[in-house]
Design a protein. Structure first.
Length: 231
């Protein structure tokens, strides 16, 4: 059964009272694979708390996020503020399979508008924090000759370099495969160079250094930040 048809049947049989049900994620895109699941957002009337439900349906693994309008709005606002728009992307790019009152269409229009606006610009303090951490990681990579340490430091440099590039460009962030997709959306050449550099520490350092240079260069001497915690 095709994903939208399967989601529509699940919505009818299990979430018939929902205000709207939207299915989305990789399964509706060219990135669909044999392990793709159905990612669904179910919006109900007022409820005590949101929940996440994993199940199998019509041969598909399914992840269902169940919210009322208030909690969904709060989660979307949090995603957007953190620049990691997982739920907004699911809604914006999804297929509405149930919509009792037009809520699904309104949610899609709102999320598409917010995603098109882009995330908030990074503050100088945010950029400096990322510059400092990436500089420190590159120093660690230069200083180690332990293969295990090298592997773990390199993975962190890969992620931090991508994060800094996206942050500096005022582009949405991602996690795992979605970070690579966001980086390719921003700069295909950079994404491919960075991905292929993971096993080559010299190349990885070079790519990370280029990203650092684009935002002011390495940051060590004189960097200072106040700890907001009050023990």
């Amino acid at each position: 059964m095709e994903p939208v048809a399967a989601a529509r049947l699940l919505a009818r049989e299990s979430y018939g009272d929902a205000l709207t049900v939207i299915v989305g994620g990789s399964v509706l895109t060219e990135h669909r694979t044999s392990t793709s699941d159905l990612d669904m957002v179910v919006v109900t009337g007022e409820r005590d708390s949101p929940c996440r439900h994993s199940l199998s349906w019509a041969g598909w693994p399914v992840e269902v996020l169940i919210h009322d309008e208030r909690t969904l709005a709060a989660y979307c606002a949090d995603n957007l503020a953190r620049r990691w728009p997982g739920i907004p992307r699911l809604i914006a790019g999804g297929a509405i399979v149930s919509d009792r009152c037009g809520l699904g269409g309104r949610l899609q229009a709102e999320m598409r508008h917010r995603l098109a606006e882009g995330p908030a610009a990074a503050s100088p303090a945010e950029l400096d924090a990322h510059r400092y951490e990436l500089t420190d990681l590159l120093d660690d990579l230069t200083g180690t000759d332990d293969p295990g340490e090298t592997a773990f430091i390199a993975c962190r440099i890969l992620t931090k370099t991508a994060q800094l590039a996206l942050l500096a460009a005022r582009h949405w962030q991602g996690n795992g495969k979605w970070m690579f997709r966001e980086l390719r959306d921003h700069d295909v050449a950079l994404a491919d160079r960075l991905a292929h550099a993971l096993s080559d520490t010299a190349q990885l350092s070079a790519v990370a250094g280029e990203v650092l240079d684009g935002v002011g260069g390495p940051l060590r001497e004189g960097y200072r930040v106040t700890d907001p915690r009050d023990p």
